[in-house]
Design a protein around this ligand. Structure first.
Ligand SMILES: Cc1ncc(COP(=O)(O)O)c(C=O)c1O
Length: 337
């Protein structure tokens, strides 16, 4: 099949069935591999949803400017779209950004704007947002996607990712939350069309999306130091929290025993899905895997890095014990604790 452009390679990602003794007999676990998108993450979909809506409603035009604060997967996707759809991209980053991600942005011809100092109150995250606001004053016609609160983010997943998932024979969907965009977009359609299908959110210990305090953690992409408006708890049945060690151990097991190399949030999602199948009467689950382990070869897949961070890999028996005891709460119970 010959496609029109790289944009047509976004979405329609493959699904595999995981066969593992940790899955209870007679139950099924499917992995939706979002790392088959062009920049190897679910954020290609999110970025395209944000850009497409802005092009459709005139907030962004060919030759125009898009400005965003990001140091991760969304930036890669926005930079690719700028090159493919002919608009300029300014990405505001801070000195903590990894050199390979910086190269990624520049390879697509984006302009990288580095803040030098943390903000007085909120560290670099706040400093970057302040800089975006300064740039928006300088370029008043520029478009700021603001993935955390912009409803175009979940809406795109509601119209695309969700439809792909609804075709699968499953009684539950499990996903990781940061902005909430992909899981809550999927969850909204699931709840409209198949209300008995359970939507399960997972987060990393330390994130403040469902817990009321923030503490730094190691895995990337998932969690946040606050809860964005795109986290719509009305479409989530249960929430479960796992720590860095559990997620990273699951990643290494999947890579070594199944040849499936996922990012830290993917490990978190699979661990949660296994625990959900074990502790609920659902007979099947789709786990949405946000990105590839290639992004983290020198981190979660590197023993020297793990040793430096104090992470010891759990063995299969440890993982099984953790899965058996994992707790699932409703989002409201979790937020009120
Ligand atoms: C690796 C990874 N995992 C999980 C997520 C969470 O996705 P969302 O922002 O749609 O909640 C992201 C999004 O940045 C991500 O890049």
């Amino acid at each position: 099949m010959i496609l029109n452009s790289i944009i047509d390679c976004i979405g329609n990602t493959p699904v595999i069935e995981l066969k593992d003794d940790l899955i209870p007999k007679g139950k099924r676990l499917y992995l939706k591999l979002e790392y088959f998108n062009p920049n190897f993450s679910v954020k290609d979909r999110t970025a395209y949803g944000l850009v497409k809506a802005a092009l459709d409603n005139g907030k962004l035009k060919e030759g125009g400017i898009l400005i965003e604060s990001t140091s991760g997967n969304l930036g890669k996707s926005l930079c690719m779209l700028g090159a493919a759809l002919k608009f300029k991209v300014i990405i505001v980053v801070d000195p903590k950004i990894s050199p390979s991600i910086l190269n990624w942005y520049e390879a697509y011809g984006a302009h990288v704007d580095m803040v030098k100092e943390p903000a007085e109150n909120g560290g670099f995250q706040q400093a970057r947002i302040n800089r975006v606001k300064e740039l928006l004053e300088k370029y008043p016609n520029a478009y700021w996607p603001n993935q955390y609160d912009n409803p175009d983010n979940p809406y795109y997943h509601y119209n695309t990712t969700a439809k792909e998932i609804m075709k699968l024979p499953t009684s539950s969907v499990i996903g990781a939350i940061s902005t909430g965009g992909h899981l809550c977009g999927v969850g909204k359609l699931v709840k409209e069309k198949s209300p008995n299908t359970k939507v399960i959110a997972c987060d990393v210990k330390g994130s403040a999306v469902f817990d009321n305090f923030f503490k730094p953690y190691l895995i990337n992409g998932v969690g946040l130091s606050w809860r964005g408006e795109n986290t719509d708890i009305s479409v989530i049945d249960k929430v479960s929290i796992s720590n860095d060690q559990e997620a990273i151990s699951m990643c290494n097991l999947l890579a070594k025993e199944h040849g499936v190399m996922v990012g830290g949030s993917g490990g978190l999602v699979v661990l949660t899905a296994l625990a959900w199948l074990k502790n609920s009467d659902c007979d099947s689950a789709v786990a949405i895997i946000p990105d590839t382990g290639i992004n983290y070869l020198d981190q979660i897949y590197n023993k020297a890095w793990r040793d430096e961070k104090g992470i010891t890999l759990l063995n299969r028996t440890n993982i099984e014990n953790i899965i058996n005891k994992k707790v699932f709460s409703t989002p409201k119970e979790k937020i009120l604790i």
